[in-house]
Design a protein around this ligand. Structure first.
Ligand code: PAF
Length: 278
């Protein structure tokens, strides 16, 4: 696996692949790789002849400076984890390759990003949209694999690719979970053992709520009671637990179209998010 730090080196490699008619997939990450990321790499391998994994801890998407400082940076371990997967290139650019001196462009996807995570993390999605646009244009990948774990992010990336005529098709991949249901996340390592024991309550209550709604119970009542249960289980605060249209994320009152339950909750100083189909 080649480790690449500059966009020019990436371009040269990419050109040799295009020359051979090879299809290229990209898996954008911020490192601290876990089984969820590795499942994206496996899907990328199925989708393309060549796979690029990117690792870049993107300062523009952190609305909380403490979160940026605490974000795990484990490039050597990450490279070791990727080794068995036959990844062709690890693109870990230096910051100037993404944000050169004088960088002044901001990509904003409106509508989709204003609510849920967008409402709780001001500026976050602009940072994501900007860096992903750059990673798509630098890699010129045919496909990109994104986890459904960050469902709103996956929809916004699909939207920006379409809107900006970027020829990278966005593939959504199912959330990978621990045995007790907790969605894998780079943040899970920051949970204390006590918090880790409480953490699965979020998904468990979401499943219970989804079942009740499917059986015809009134969604607002079910979701309010699920929120209370999650907090009773030991979460400090549920920031949101909402049922939304699975494609547009618009609020929905009934199940006439595919919907999604989406949640964010604080456990100690760790913010966890999850979502499930309903
Ligand atoms: O999901 C992530 O890890 C990041 O938001 C992404 C897509 C790599 C952009 O920095």
């Amino acid at each position: 696996m080649k480790i690449i730090r500059s966009k020019d080196a990436l371009r040269t490699l990419r050109r040799s692949w295009i020359f051979n008619g090879e299809r290229v997939a990209v898996v954008p990450t911020m490192g601290a790789l876990h089984a969820g990321h590795l499942s994206l790499v496996e899907e990328a391998k199925k989708q393309a002849d060549r796979v690029i994994v990117t690792i870049f801890v993107n300062p523009k998407q952190f609305n909380n400076p403490g979160d940026l400082d605490n974000y795990p940076r484990t490039e050597e371990d990450d490279a070791e984890k990727l080794a068995p997967y036959g990844v062709d290139a690890l693109y870990a650019p230096t910051p100037d390759q993404i944000y050169p001196e004088g960088f002044a462009t901001n990509v904003r996807v409106s509508g989709l990003t204003e609510d849920l995570e967008g409402a709780h993390r001001p500026g976050h999605f602009d940072g994501v949209a900007t860096v992903v646009s750059k990673l798509f244009l630098q890699s010129r990948a045919d496909v990109a694999c994104f986890g459904e774990k960050d469902y709103q992010q996956m929809l916004l990336v699909r939207r920006l690719s379409k809107d900006l005529d970027i020829e990278t098709e966005v593939i959504g991949c199912p959330t990978v979970r621990e045995e007790d249901g907790l969605a894998m996340s780079s943040r899970n390592v920051r949970l204390t053992p006590e918090e880790r024991a409480i953490a699965p309550a979020l998904k468990a209550e979401m499943d219970r709520a989804a079942d009740a709604i499917r059986r015809g119970a009134e969604p607002r009542v079910v979701l309010d009671s699920a929120k209370a249960q999650i907090e009773r289980a030991g979460y400090d605060a549920v920031e949101y637990l909402e049922m939304r249209d699975a494609e547009t994320l618009a609020p929905v009152k009934d199940l006439t179209r595919p919907a999604r339950l989406l949640a964010a909750a604080m456990l100690g100083d760790v913010r966890l998010i999850d979502n499930i189909a309903i």
